[in-house]
Ligand binder design. Structure first.
Ligand code: ATP
Length: 268
């Protein structure tokens, strides 16, 4: 588990790769160009005289894959990965938030290429006028640290938020989080691809039509579809247990998915 600013566990990215991400093809294309390329081929940018981005914002509703993307790109380029949880750093380390931030950046600098992922960045970097003293200091610290990153591009800070408009404008200026990628609610084709990711190792009965499930799940984001798949599998297990059927050969049926659908509310 990756939390707060703890040094990451053994597998900070949980082994997540692009294969674990459904849909989002255009978004991933931008991720490759803005994050992957500078980390893996910095010389290309130098040669062209372009400064690689220091900060990229991923914004969109909860559960749409922002964290997955950050972890997948870190894995792809073999970058070290640190997560800073906005709400946690604001509460848990009262009075030491700026110091913790400094440590995270120092640590990243010793382990390049590196990605620093700020989850729910809006909770530390809301507009300064309407936030308290602590917030102001922490935003100030973050700005200083980002300005202090050299332009080599071997550290990229990714900020995730579902309230991009509430971010302090100073953070979105050039040289800071000056690139943005919107991660939206998936359409039917996206839902189909996300479902494919989550059912790829699931024994499915022949009557399961994944396309049909994709059609019937309007408003479901990736996290909802992950829950749906899990719930369908649990329903199958329960059904088999009640019927006294052998559990080793259980298959997940269309009825199991329908049962799960009736029990999960779409987030969007
Ligand atoms: P939050 O703003 O709540 O942190 P997020 O956008 O970072 O949300 P993730 O943590 O990436 O969302 O997604 C949560 C879970 O939902 C993932 O672990 C995964 O199981 C599933 N999920 C979300 N989006 C996708 C996707 N595009 N493809 C496959 N699975 C997805």
């Amino acid at each position: 588990r990756v939390t707060g600013t703890e040094p990451d566990g053994e597998r900070p990215t949980d082994g997540i790769t692009y294969e674990d991400i459904g849909g989002l093809d255009d978004e991933l294309e931008m991720v490759r160009e803005m994050i992957e390329l500078p980390l893996s081929r910095p010389e290309v940018f130098t040669r062209l005289g372009v400064e690689p981005p220091k900060g990229v914002l991923l914004h969109g509703p909860p559960g749409t894959g922002k964290t997955l993307i950050a972890k997948a790109v870190a894995n792809e380029v073999d970058a070290s990965f640190r997560t800073v949880s906005g709400p946690e750093i604001m509460s848990k380390y009262k009075g030491e938030s700026e110091e913790r931030l400094r440590e995270v950046f120092e640590d990243a600098a010793e382990n390049t290429p590196a990605i620093i992922f700020f989850d729910e960045i809006d909770s530390i970097a809301g507009k300064r006028d309407d936030s308290g003293d602590v917030e102001n200091r922490v935003v100030g610290q973050l700005l200083t640290l980002m300005d202090g990153l050299d332009a080599r591009g071997d550290i990229i800070v990714i900020g995730a938020t579902n309230r991009v408009d509430s971010l302090d404008m100073a953070l979105r200026r050039g040289g800071r989080f000056d690139r943005e990628i919107e991660i939206g609610v998936p359409g039917k084709a996206g839902r189909r691809e996300i479902l494919d990711v989550h059912i790829r190792r699931m024994p499915l009965a022949e009557d399961v039509k994944v396309d049909k499930i994709a059609s019937q799940t309007h408003g479901f984001v990736g996290a909802d579809l992950a829950s749906l798949s899990k719930e369908a599998a649990m329903t199958a297990l329960r059904r088999a247990r009640h019927a006294g059927e052998p559990l080793e050969t259980v298959e997940v049926t269309r009825a199991d998915f329908e049962h799960a659908m009736a029990n999960i509310e779409p987030s969007a």
